[in-house]
Design a protein around this ligand. Structure first.
Ligand SMILES: Cc1cc2nc3c(=O)[nH]c(=O)nc-3n(C[C@H](O)[C@H](O)[C@H](O)COP(=O)(O)OP(=O)(O)OC[C@H]3O[C@@H](n4cnc5c(N)ncnc54)[C@H](O)[C@@H]3O)c2cc1C
Length: 594
C-alpha cells in the first residue's frame, strides 16, 4: 500500500503557511519550546503578507487632533463590517491592538516615525474618533512597505527560535482520525515530489486568501485558497464566502495595488472630466469612505459614461498636488509601481485605477482562540479537535461584510498569537496521542494519486484554459454588482468546470519543481472556493457590505443579519452573528453613514 511508503514525522504543532499569521503563531509556540514546524509552498518571506503596503491599525493615539481609543476602533470596525462582524472578536482585536504594535516594535519592526520619534500614523478608510466623528489617524506604517517589514521581522524572530521550516513544501490535504481529530497533514517536497505525513497534536491553517479566483486581482499567484479547500473537502464549513472586497485602486489592466495610504496622505479619485467625485457620494468620509462604497462609486462613474481614457473604462487617482517629500518618504513603493506598471509619473499625472479583487472577508469559521468551529443546524457550534485557523483563511469574524483597510495585518498578529497561545496552553497541560490508521492517511492522498494516474485522451481542457474560464465567470457574474440570473448561470458553469478538472491530464510527470502538478492541485482548490462563493452569493438575497445585488438593493436585517455557512455537500444555511462583546455594550444595528 502506498501509505506505507510515505515518510512520517511527529510534531507538537504543524503550521501550514509562513505568512504573517503562521509566523506569529509559530513565534509563541517556539518561544515556549514546543516542537513546531511551518510548512510553506513558497519561501516564507515571499508570502503575500510581504506585499501589504499601507499599514496596520491600532488606537495607539500618536496622531490626529483628538485622542484615539480602542472603543472608537471597535465602533468603526463594526460599522465597516455592515454589522456582519462578530462583536466579541472585534472587541478583543481592537483592545489588544496597541500592545500588539508595541510588541512588534520591540521585536525590531522598523516603523516610520513622526517628528517626536513616535510611531507614525496615517488615515485610512472608515476611521473616526468619537463614534463616527472626525476622521482618525490610526494606521501605523513602515512607509508603504508595512507587510514587508512585518513579515521579515517575524521571520527573523522565528529563525532565532529555531522553528523548523519546510520551505517549498506543498500541503495536499489534512489527515483526520476516525474520532474526528485533525492529526496533521500530508505535504509534498516540491524539490523531489516526495510525500510526508506530518503528524501533530495540533494543525494550524494559515494559508492566506484566494483572490486568484478572479481575473483581476491584487493578490499574488500563490493566493489559491488551498487551506479553504482542505477544510471544505473534510466537510467543514466556510463562512460568508459571498463577501469579497474589491479595492478601489488596482492599477488598470494589471491589477497591482495602489495603497489606500495614498488617499490617507491626501490623494483623491477623479473621473474622465477630471472632477473629484467622492464628496458628492460621501460628504463626510469623501475619498476615505469604506472600500465597498468607494468601489461602487467608481463603477457607477464608469457605467454612466464618466470614466477616464479612450474607452472610459477606469478612473484616475490624483496625487500630483502632494508635496514631493510625501512621495519620497511615505509612498516610495507606489511611486515606483506606477512608473513600472502604469507608465506614468504620479507626481505629474493621475494613476489609472479600477476596482480590483483584493481580499476575502469569508473563510473558515473560528472562535477568538482561533479554534476551527463546525456548525450544524440544530446542534450549533462545535470546536473541531486539533484544528486551528488564523489570518485571511480564517473567519473569526472581525471583518464581516467589508474589511477596513489595515485591519488585516492586525487580524494576523492578534489571532496568530491567539492560535499559538491556545495551543501552547493545551500542550502545557499535556495531550493524549490520537491513533491514526493507514486508512485515515490514505483519504488525504487519494485525490493526489487520482490526478497522477489520470490517462485521458487529449480531449480534456488544460489547467490554464479551465483557470481562465473560471476567472472570467467570477469576474463577470460575481463582481462589484451582482444579480440572480447571471449568478445562477455562473454557478452552473462553475460546477461543469469542476467536473472537467477530474479529466485533466498531468502530462509532465517530472519530479523536481514540477509547476504543472502544483497548478493542477491549486486549480482544484480555487474551484472549490469559487463554487462556495457562488453558492453563498446566490443564497444571500439582500445587499450588505461588499455583496451588492441589483435585484435586492437594500440591507435586510430581519432576514439576513446572519452569517452564511456553506459546506461541500449541502445548501447554505444561516448562523447567528455574535452580538455579545465582553467589556462594552453591543453596538446596535443602524444604517452606515457615509
Ligand atoms: C497587495 C496587497 C496589499 C495589502 N495591503 C495591506 C495593508 O496595507 N494592510 C493590511 O492590513 N492588509 C493588507 N493586505 C491584506 C493582507 O496583506 C493579507 O490579508 C495578509 O497578509 C494575509 O496573511 P496570511 O498570513 O493570512 O497569508 P499569506 O501572507 O498569504 O501567507 C500564506 C502562506 O500560506 C502558504 N501556503 C498556502 N497554501 C499552501 C499549501 N498548499 N502548502 C503549503 N503552504 C501553503 C504560503 O506559502 C504562505 O506562506 C494587502 C493585501 C494585498 C494583496
Amino acid at each position: 500500500m502506498i501509505v506505507n511508503k510515505i515518510d512520517r514525522k511527529n510534531y507538537d504543532c504543524i503550521i501550514i503557511g509562513g505568512g504573517g499569521a503562521g509566523l506569529r503563531a509559530a513565534y509563541t509556540l517556539a518561544k515556549s519550546n514546543h516542537k513546531v514546524a511551518v510548512v510553506s509552498k513558497v519561501y516564507p518571506s515571499r508570502s503575500h503578507t510581504c506585499a501589504a503596503q499601507g499599514g496596520i491599525n491600532a488606537a495607539v493615539g500618536n496622531a490626529g487632533q483628538h485622542k484615539d481609543d480602542w472603543r472608537f476602533h471597535m465602533y468603526d470596525t463594526v460599522m465597516g463590517s455592515d454589522f456582519l462582524g462578530d462583536q466579541k472578536a472585534i472587541e478583543y482585536m481592537c483592545k489588544e491592538a496597541p500592545d500588539a504594535i508595541l510588541e512588534l516594535e520591540r521585536m525590531g519592526m522598523p516603523f516610520s516615525r513622526d517628528d517626536n520619534g513616535r510611531i507614525y500614523q496615517r488615515s485610512f478608510g472608515g476611521q473616526t474618533v468619537n463614534y463616527g466623528g472626525e476622521i482618525a489617524k490610526r494606521t501605523c506604517a513602515v512607509a508603504d512597505r508595512t507587510g514587508h517589514a512585518l513579515l521579515h521581522t517575524l521571520y527573523q524572530q522565528c529563525l532565532s527560535l529555531n522553528v523548523n521550516f519546510y520551505s517549498e513544501w506543498f500541503a495536499i490535504d489534512l489527515v483526520r482520525a476516525a474520532n474526528g481529530h485533525v492529526v496533521g497533514v500530508v505535504a509534498m517536497d516540491l524539490e523531489t515530489s516526495a510525500l510526508q505525513f506530518m503528524k501533530s497534536h495540533f494543525t494550524v491553517l494559515a494559508t492566506g486568501g484566494a483572490g486568484r479566483i478572479f481575473k483581476s486581482s491584487t493578490n499574488a499567484y500563490t493566493c489559491t485558497g488551498d487551506g479553504l479547500a482542505m477544510a471544505y473537502r473534510l466537510d467543514l464549513p466556510l463562512q460568508d464566502m459571498e463577501m469579497w472586497q474589491f479595492h478601489p485602486t488596482g492599477i488598470f489592466g494589471v491589477g497591482i495595488l495602489v495603497s489606500e495610504g495614498t488617499r490617507g496622505e491626501g490623494g483623491y479619485l477623479v473621473n474622465g472630466d477630471n472632477e473629484r467625485f467622492m464628496p458628492s457620494y460621501a460628504p463626510h468620509f469623501k475619498d476615505l469612505a469604506c472600500r465597498d462604497f468607494v468601489s461602487r462609486c467608481s463603477m457607477i462613474e464608469i457605467r454612466e459614461g464618466r470614466g477616464c481614457g479612450p474607452n472610459k473604462d477606469h478612473v484616475g487617482l490624483q496625487l500630483s498636488h502632494l508635496p514631493k517629500a510625501v512621495f519620497k518618504e511615505k509612498l516610495p513603493g507606489i511611486t515606483e509601481l506606477s512608473r513600472v506598471y502604469a507608465n506614468i509619473d504620479p507626481m505629474v499625472d493621475p494613476i489609472p485605477v479600477v476596482p480590483t479583487c483584493h481580499y476575502m472577508m469569508g473563510g473558515i469559521p473560528t472562535n477568538k482562540d482561533a479554534e476551527v468551529v463546525d456548525y450544524n443546524l440544530g446542534s450549533g457550534d462545535q470546536v473541531v479537535p486539533g484544528l486551528y485557523a488564523c489570518g485571511e483563511v480564517a473567519n473569526v469574524s472581525v471583518h464581516g461584510a467589508n474589511r477596513l483597510g489595515a485591519n488585516s495585518l492586525l487580524d494576523l498578529v492578534i489571532f496568530g498569537r491567539s492560535a499559538g497561545q491556545s495551543i501552547k496552553d493545551k500542550l502545557d497541560q499535556g495531550v493524549a496521542d490520537v491513533p491514526v490508521s493507514d486508512d485515515d492517511v490514505h483519504q488525504a492522498i487519494q485525490r493526489f494519486f487520482e490526478f497522477e494516474s489520470n490517462h485521458n485522451s487529449g480531449a480534456a481542457k488544460s489547467v490554464s484554459e479551465l483557470r481562465v474560464m473560471m476567472q472570467e465567470i467570477m469576474q463577470n457574474d460575481f463582481g462589484v454588482f451582482r444579480t440572480e440570473i447571471s449568478m445562477k448561470t455562473g454557478l452552473e458553469k462553475l460546477k461543469q468546470l469542476d467536473d472537467q478538472i477530474r479529466e485533466c491530464q498531468l502530462v509532465d510527470k517530472s519530479k523536481s519543481f514540477n509547476t504543472a502538478r502544483v497548478e493542477l492541485l491549486e486549480l482544484d482548490n480555487l474551484m472549490k472556493v469559487a463554487i462556495s462563493t457562488a453558492k453563498s452569493a446566490v443564497y444571500r438575497t439582500e445587499s450588505r457590505g461588499a455583496h451588492s445585488r441589483e435585484d435586492y438593493q437594500s440591507r435586510n436585517d430581519d432576514s439576513w443579519h446572519c452569517h452564511t455557512i456553506d459546506k461541500i455537500k449541502m445548501d447554505p444555511v444561516k448562523r447567528p452573528v455574535d452580538m455579545s462583546p465582553e467589556i462594552v455594550d453591543a453596538i446596535p444595528l443602524r444604517e452606515r453613514a457615509q
